[in-house]
Design a protein around this ligand. Structure first.
Ligand code: GLU
Length: 284
């Protein structure tokens, strides 16, 4: 008997932007499964989970509706830990607030395009990785001059405070690029459309989600020349090794039972896009 479906997301929107086609079809890769409980988990728990609220296709809040690959991932992991969909409290995790949400106890998990870094590991622990993205550039569709990271001399770039993306620009383009930082990507995208910045830089997955939004379609494009590896982890409070082990077990199951690919197909995949192979959870 087929396992029940947890949720269905938006089909293929991110793919369309990544390919610059404006077109995408749904993949035929099955459903997000009802997960088995992982070892040590008991049904009936509750979790507060930090997600992005303004990354379309990845982590997005629209009224009372939460959608995107990170939301699907968090929902699956929570269920594998014994927490029903209804017993999840979602909280906004803007990039600069992610560590604080965990250290202050305001969130039990952070599932928010959260790259695993040694610096962050000083304050929080990570399960994962569950996805590897790449830093890239979002530009106005009619821009033919910016074609990759080597064509940014004297340009004004926008990214978000507290991200590996901003840090990369500061480290690699000192004095050569003007970096504007905002608390959220939506502000960067507006600045790009208004001509106040030349490009927005962060993970390709996030940028593609913006480019494929209806209101931006045809106005923006992702350059598609990724220049870093961003290994996404699920942040937990430092020292909670038991929770890390359970989340890693849930992520392995998520990948192995096909739900990982189904979730990506819904939000990222579709015709022609070569989805990456899954990474190996438990190696954060
Ligand atoms: N994944 C990167 C980070 O953790 C950049 C994207 C983001 O999450 O804001 O900083």
């Amino acid at each position: 008997m087929a396992a029940p479906t947890l949720r269905r997301g938006t089909c293929g929107v991110v793919l369309a932007a990544l390919l610059g086609t404006g077109l995408a079809a749904c993949g035929d890769s099955g459903e997000i499964k009802k997960p088995d409980l992982v070892e040590g988990a008991e049904a009936g728990g509750k979790l507060t989970i930090g997600i992005s609220y303004d990354e379309p296709g990845v982590g997005f809040k629209d009224g009372d509706d939460y959608s995107g690959f990170d939301v699907d991932t968090a929902t699956y992991v929570a269920e594998a830990l014994g927490v029903d969909d209804d017993d999840i409290t979602w909280v906004r995790a803007d990039p600069a607030d992610r560590e604080e949400l965990l250290t202050s106890g305001q969130a039990d998990l952070v599932v928010a395009t959260y790259s695993i870094t040694d610096e962050r590991k000083q304050q929080v622990d990570f399960a994962g990785p569950y996805f590897v993205a790449h830093q890239d550039l979002l530009i106005r569709r009619n821009d033919t001059e910016i074609t990759g990271p080597k064509t940014l001399h004297d340009r004004v770039l926008c990214s978000v405070t507290g991200t590996t993306s901003s840090e990369y620009v500061r480290e690699h383009y000192k004095g050569d690029i003007t970096l504007k930082e905002y608390p959220r990507y939506s502000a960067c995208v507006e600045a790009l459309l208004d001509g106040k910045v030349d490009a927005v830089t962060t993970d390709d997955l996030i940028l593609a989600g913006y480019a494929s939004e209806d209101r931006y379609r045809g106005k923006l494009k992702v350059v598609g020349d990724g220049f870093t590896d961003e290994r996404y982890g699920i942040g937990v409070r430092k020292g909670d090794t038991a929770l890390v082990a359970k989340v890693d077990a849930a992520l392995k199951q998520y990948i192995d039972d096909g739900s990982w690919r189904a979730a990506l197909d819904e939000s990222v995949g579709g015709s022609g896009y070569d989805l990456p192979d899954p990474p190996t959870p438990g190696t954060a």
